[in-house]
Structures are given as C-alpha cells and as structure tokens.
Design a protein around this ligand. Structure first.
Ligand code: AMP
Length: 424
C-alpha cells in the first residue's frame, strides 16, 4: 500500500527535526508576544471561497473539497489565515483582547498541487497573524520577526523580496493597466490566464507557462499605479528595513497568489549551497478586507507563513538541522531475570525524574547491549547483574569517557541530578 501522492511520512529522526524547527519558530514568536492558536483542519468551503478568493489557483484548482454526510461542502484547509480570522470573528476576541491580536499557528495544510521538488499535497505551515493595527511599524515588526526566525534557524543568506500592491484604488488602476496590456496577447495565452484575465489579471503575473512569462516580462509594474498614501507607506517600510539592516530586494512583479492581500507583500527565498531551489520558503502580506468579509469589524491584518518542509529541506542541504533534543540519555543493561525486574522500576524512577531512559528487554550478552547503547547514542549505561541486585548497587558507565563507578541503587537518580547541576 502506497501513501497518497504528494504526502510524505516522517521517520523518527525527521519528525524530531521538524519538532526542533517548530520549537525554535515558536520560541521566537513568543518573544514577539505572539500566542499559539489552533483551528480545525476542516472548514466550510465557503470560508476559503470568500476568504482566500475564487480567482486564486488555491481555491479554483487546489482545494480538497467534499460533501459530508449531511451534504455540506467541506474543504481541508489550504492555508491558515481564513480559518484564524473566522475563529477571531466567531469568538469576538478583537473585543476582549488588546489589539493587535497576535497569534501564531503550526499544522498541516492541503493543496492539490503538482508534486515536485519542495511541493507536496499535504505540507506543514508555521505562521503568524497580527490583526487590528494598521501602523506600518506593525508591518515592519512582522517582517522583522520572520527574519529573526530564519536567522535563529541559521539561515543567514535568505533573500527577502518585497513589493506593494497598494490599496483598492491603486489595484483597480493597476488591474485596468494589466488588462489593457494583455488584451492583444490574451488569445494566445494559456487557458488559466484567460480565466485570470477575467477574474483578476494580477494573477497572470504568477503564471508559470514559459511563453506567458515572456509576454508578462514587459507588463506595467504596480509601483506606477500606487496611490500617494500607498507609495508613502511602502517607502516608510523600506526605510525602516534599511535602518534595521534587514536586507531586501524590491520585486515589482511580486503579487502573491491569494486574493486577500493589499499594500505590503513579501516572500523569503533561499537557494541551498548544492543549488537546490525549493521555491519560496515563506511569504505573507498585509490585508485589510478579510476580517470584514468574514463577518467581523473593519480591522486590517498582516501575516506570513513558512513552509516547514521547505525549511527542513534547506536546513538539511546546508547541514544546519537543529540537534535532536530528545536523545536517549541512559541505557539500562540488566543481566538476568532478577536484574530485569529491578531495572524496570529503576527505569521508571529515572523517567519520572526527567531522564530519557531506555532498557534492554532481551536476554543478551553485555557486548551486544553495549552495541545497542551505542546505536541509540546513549550517554550512560547502567549495568545491573545478580551481584548488583543482591548488593543493591548499580554500575554507571560514562560511554563517552569510558569510565565507570558503582553507585548504591537508591542514589542513582541523585547521581544524575548532581551531574546535571555540575554540567550547568
Ligand atoms: P503561500 O501562502 O502559498 O505563499 O504559502 C506559504 C509557504 O508555504 C510558501 O512560501 C512555501 O514555503 C509553502 N508552500 C506552499 N505551497 C507548498 C507546497 N505545495 N508544498 C510545500 N510547501 C508549500
């Protein structure tokens, strides 16, 4: 039986790396005073049609949508933002909590995309949403947080691409300019672009078809259509990024694939030292109609999300994966039945005191137990034989230093506690 196309398993080592990556991201988010939220994987399809927008590829082509047993149209979330906004509207947290609401999230999302390098149908996103503050300082802080997260992970060589797609008036003017530009070409462009032309010509700039990319090369750029306010806002943001030494590159054609964005949009890119390019490792932007569209008050927001698989891939390529936090610390080696009985209760004491302890269940030779301990990368071995059981003693062996001492059984936990104190 094969796994579903576009999905992947995480074996223990990979799962541990994912957890370490997510923990580092969570840590930085908490330092920026963000709190975790969790929303359902399934939502009414309508949420994404209204929230993400029916001109986006994600909604038009990539949603996993089905009817439940009561004929409701349900979709697996293709992204988090719409669900989080639904959550805060349903719970009116904007009325009870201090604004901006600062939330972070992590979990699986589903898109019926074409699987290829760095592209899956089920993948994990880590992201944040800040809702209820329209200051451009807030935009800068959110970008700064994303940047700090990447630095914390060890990705110093990221490329931040940024653009402004302006307010409603700017985008209306720009859409018209794009329509005028593409009008003589659209007949020869792909079927998707023909639909994009009608629904939202900005999306044509995301087209991946080579001939269409060539046509789009000379398309007008949004900066020429920005209102005075949008231009000023964008320039203020760029000036602060420069002041805070966050390197960026203005990409005049960056429009992002989801319909709710306005003003600032950005993406992070990284090419591994072996040349692998998995696509954007993260992206986000400002939005101002989404909360209202989903039944809430008129509040703006800004957010971004990272693809956890893509972070994992680039970190792995560049030997930057965080250390496994949960390595076996103590491996117990009981010789004989009496020792085994005794060992299990000792293991339990050690585990309850916070030491990751594993234990050899098989009746095997000491040499083979040492091999097992080595495979598990254990730091200490606890050797218990009949003699030790009778004398209520155990032998503790430091597997790195290859030194051993005998300790009264009742003092084993104490021994490791003292060791931890001296190591601190
Ligand atoms: P988006 O909101 O579409 O820009 O997605 C945010 C981030 O999720 C992207 O920057 C990628 O890192 C990641 N991502 C998007 N689509 C996929 C996919 N099909 N497989 C893996 N990661 C993805």
């Amino acid at each position: 039986m094969q796994n579903v196309k576009g999905t992947h398993d995480l074996l223990p080592e990979e799962a541990s790396s994912f957890e370490s990556i997510e923990n580092l991201l969570k840590k930085v988010a908490s330092l920026f005073a963000y709190k975790e939220v969790r929303t359902p994987v399934i939502e009414p399809s309508e949420l994404f049609i209204r929230g993400v927008g029916n001109s986006s590829d994600v909604v038009r082509k990539e949603m996993y949508t089905f009817l439940d047993k009561a004929d409701r149209s349900i979709s697996l979330r293709p992204e988090f933002t719409a669900g989080i906004i639904r959550m805060l509207v349903n719970n009116k947290t904007y009325a009870t909590e201090e604004l901006p609401l600062k939330y972070y999230y992590v979990g699986p999302v589903f898109r019926y995309d074409r699987p290829q390098l760095g592209r899956y149908r089920q993948f994990n996103q880590f992201g944040v949403e800040s809702v209820g503050n329209n200051s451009y300082f807030n935009d800068v802080e959110v970008i700064m947080m994303a940047y700090s997260m990447l630095i914390t992970l060890g990705l110093t060589n990221v490329k931040l691409k940024i653009n402004s797609i302006g307010d409603d008036a700017s985008r209306n003017n720009y859409r018209q300019a794009l329509k005028d530009y593409f009008a003589p070409h659209i007949e020869h462009m792909c079927e998707d672009c023909k639909q994009r032309y009608e629904l939202n010509p900005l999306r044509i700039l995301d087209c991946k078809v080579e001939e269409d990319i060539k046509i789009a090369e000379n398309a007008p750029i949004v900066s020429e259509y920005l209102s005075k306010e949008s231009e000023e806002r964008f320039n203020n943001i760029l000036a602060l990024l420069t002041e805070y030494e966050i390197p960026y590159e203005v990409d005049p054609y960056l429009v992002r694939g989801l319909d709710y964005y306005s003003e600032t949009v950005f993406e992070f890119h990284y090419v591994s030292s072996n040349g692998n390019n998995y696509g954007a490792i993260g992206g986000g932007g400002h939005y101002h109609k989404l909360v209202k569209e989903l039944g809430g008050p008129d509040l703006p927001g800004i957010g971004f999300s990272f693809g956890v698989e893509r972070l994992y891939n680039v970190l792995k390529d560049d030997n930057l994966l965080p250390e496994d936090e949960d390595k076996v610390f103590i491996y117990i080696m009981p010789m004989g039945l009496a020792a085994r009985k005794y060992a299990l209760s000792l293991a339990s004491d050690l585990r309850m005191s916070g030491y990751i302890t594993d234990y050899c269940f098989d009746d095997c030779k000491l040499s083979s137990m040492f091999k097992r301990a080595e495979k598990k990368q254990a730091k200490y071995a606890l050797i218990i034989g009949d003699n030790e059981v009778n004398n209520e003693k155990v032998v503790i062996k430091d597997l790195n230093k290859q030194e051993q001492i005998e300790v009264p059984a009742a003092e084993v936990v104490d021994f490791f506690d003292k060791l931890a104190d001296t190591e601190e």
